[in-house]
Design a protein around this ligand. Sequence first.
Ligand SMILES: NC(=O)c1ccc[n+]([C@@H]2O[C@H](COP(=O)([O-])OP(=O)(O)OC[C@H]3O[C@@H](n4cnc5c(N)ncnc54)[C@H](O)[C@@H]3O)[C@@H](O)[C@H]2O)c1
Ligand SMILES: O=P(O)(O)OC[C@H](O)CO
Length: 355
Amino acid sequence: MSEQTSSARQHSSEETMDVAVLGGGSFGTAMTKVLAENGHRVHFWMRDEHQVKEIRETGINSRYMPDVSLSGDILPTTDLEAAVAGAVAVFVAIPSKAFRTVIREHAGAFEAGQAVISLTKGIEKDGFRLMSEILQEEIPRSKIGVLSGPNLAQEIANRDLTATVIAAKDPDVRNVVQSLLGCEYFRVYANVDVYGVELAGALKNIYAIVAGLASALDLGENAKAMLITRSLAEMSRFAVSLGANPMTFMGLAGVGDLIVTCSSSKSRNFRIGYAVGKGQGLDEAAAELGQVAEGIRTLLLVKEKAEDMGVPMPLVGGMYKILYGGAAIRDVINGLMMAVQNSDVEFILPRTTSS
Ligand SMILES: NC(=O)c1ccc[n+]([C@@H]2O[C@H](COP(=O)([O-])OP(=O)(O)OC[C@H]3O[C@@H](n4cnc5c(N)ncnc54)[C@H](O)[C@@H]3O)[C@@H](O)[C@H]2O)c1
Ligand SMILES: O=P(O)(O)OC[C@H](O)CO
């Protein structure tokens, strides 16, 4: 173990555990690094044999994190069954589009009572399912958790100070994740509102696109504050109508993640909005990014769901018109600014209009 590794581990469990990380992208790589630096044996599953070979031989995942060197007890593999067998916890960082397929295909591999934690911030198209719901449906004998918060993968990999949230009903899951991941640069807070934490992580990606677009247009600092705050109001309104606890949105998974993703060009969703604001087409921007920006899909799903439920979401509606309806950005902004005046905090003063 390197000097850096032993110092990172000060606050985490002293016992070496077998853990699995599923998904060889940016976030899977960052979480693998934290777990390995904390002294655990990490079975790192990905589908690409070349990537496995590269990480095994060089410690580098050049496609997703070319500047990050992985060291410690990391076992890259394409064998998911072997990765999961005996793991005290399985962390899943597969984009929402492929999440169910991967879990279903390997459902038999997961053990009864095993902690399975989603790291994915997205929503499934059919049935508007969150990832924890997919886990519940596909591998119901597992103990399920969700990790979410202001967690830019690159910063975690750089050991920049970061906090996250583990949400799980089962205290054993909360405890094991805090113990496995916590260290001097990564602090893990707990919550029991699984649905709220997970929904916050998915929804903020939409508003990061909005914020990126605003940044491209150089709308000013007041506009940034207005957008972030109204995004929080809108996402909490939607989440509460689905049964989430509004207080969750005051925490790291809510306002915390919203702040980081809406104010940093390190966020892929923010970069999509910025590119569109600078006149690039959505498809071109997504192709150029070359990594997942969940907000693009989530926007479509949330717009449809909000309309079905009659929940007003003017920012979602406006972004949809820009990305998919060919609306002029300035017209949409003008429409939002000139809408009927409304309540600031609707949990104190209820909204009286549908605008
Ligand atoms: N990158 C971050 O900063 C960050 C932070 C927190 C949460 N997340 C979330 O984690 C999830 C994964 O994001 P990421 O940043 O790692 O994405 P990424 O684009 O960097 O990588 C995606 C990975 O998923 C793999 N993948 C895609 N389809 C697959 C399939 N069918 N089978 C197996 N593997 C498949 C790809 O090969 C790739 O390794 C997203 O929901 C994202 O919102 C990302
Ligand atoms: O790069 P993004 O936009 O997917 O955001 C990454 C994380 O979700 C930030 O918390």
